[in-house]
Design a protein around this ligand. Structure first.
Ligand code: MG
Length: 289
């Protein structure tokens, strides 16, 4: 779940996580990854977004985890479901998905008080070529950002890589909402914007143990967003399509580990959390170095 960006940044202290805390976030990340793949499968024409919210809640709790978004700032659902021109924080409800829609799912899971947060954009049936390209470029922009997450780099290196990649493909990146530190709370310092504003503010340096939710929100048209009357859902002001991909990562000694990918050992079948515990540490697939 993205947070509102503040021009003066987040001045709170960044506090790195212990190995034990990261191990719990890895378990939470496995839950999030599994739930996201279930949601992508379940996103078919005719399904109501509230039904997908219920499916996600059941799946999250079946792993002994809790839906992190429920009750956060008063949020009344378990996940965010954002359709077409909706960017993020889409509130699940009666809306039925239609063939050709693109739908972004944002899921947080809490295991023993530690949180992982991730998002994907999926197509319902088959979307237009333009929509599919937007989805692909947003996913690739996330990978470009993750490549920059290593000790010695700064948060702004992540932001710059995402912005450059999206804009070089003719898209814009949302500015009002940003990625964030995550772990003990959903929104911790630092802010992780998807753009660089060239302001005087020093961008924090990345160090081992820092855990970040990196989350490009990319628009087909302009970057301005407006909030719907329900007080949650953000959509593009110009009604163009938007896509959103997010991973929670932990900065390591050499690069980073992606905590919200399904571990190779779990491929093809849902894994129980106690099994996840025994998986090798490289839940880390592409993007780590
Ligand atoms: Mg987030």
């Amino acid at each position: 779940m993205s947070r509102k960006g503040q021009a003066n940044g987040d001045q709170r202290r960044i506090s790195p996580k212990s190995d034990q805390e990261i191990a719990l976030m890895r378990r939470a990340g496995q839950v999030v990854a599994l739930v996201l793949s279930k949601l992508a499968e379940a996103a078919t024409a005719g399904v109501r977004t509230a039904e997908l919210d219920q499916l996600a809640e059941t799946a999250i709790r079946s792993f002994g985890a809790k839906p992190s978004f429920y009750g956060l700032y008063g949020y009344p659902a378990n996940i965010c479901v954002s359709v077409n021109d909706e960017v993020v924080h889409g509130l699940p409800g009666d809306r039925a998905l239609r063939d050709g829609d693109i739908v972004s799912f944002d899921v947080g899971a809490t295991v023993d008080n530690m949180i992982a947060d991730a998002a994907i954009t999926a197509e319902v049936g088959r979307a237009s070529e333009e929509a599919r390209r937007l989805i692909r470029v947003t996913r690739e922009a996330l990978a470009k950002g993750i490549e920059q997450a290593r000790p010695g780099n700064r948060v702004a290196d992540i932001s710059r890589a995402i912005q450059r990649y999206a804009e070089s493909h003719g898209y814009s990146v949302v500015r009002k909402l940003v990625g964030h530190g995550v772990g003990r709370e959903m929104h911790e310092p630092p802010q992780v914007p998807n753009f660089v504003d060239g302001g005087a503010q020093e961008s924090p340096e990345l160090a081992p143990g820092m855990t970040l939710a990196i989350e490009p929100m990319v628009c087909q048209g302009r970057w301005q967003v407006v909030q719907e009357r329900n007080g949650w859902t953000y959509r593009t002001k110009d009604r163009s399509l938007a896509a959103h991909f997010e991973h929670t990562i932990a900065v390591t000694g050499e690069g980073c580990e992606i905590l919200t990918v399904r571990a190779a050992a779990g491929r093809g079948c849902p894994i129980a959390l106690d099994q996840a515990d025994r998986l090798p540490a490289q839940a880390q697939a592409g993007g780590s170095r």
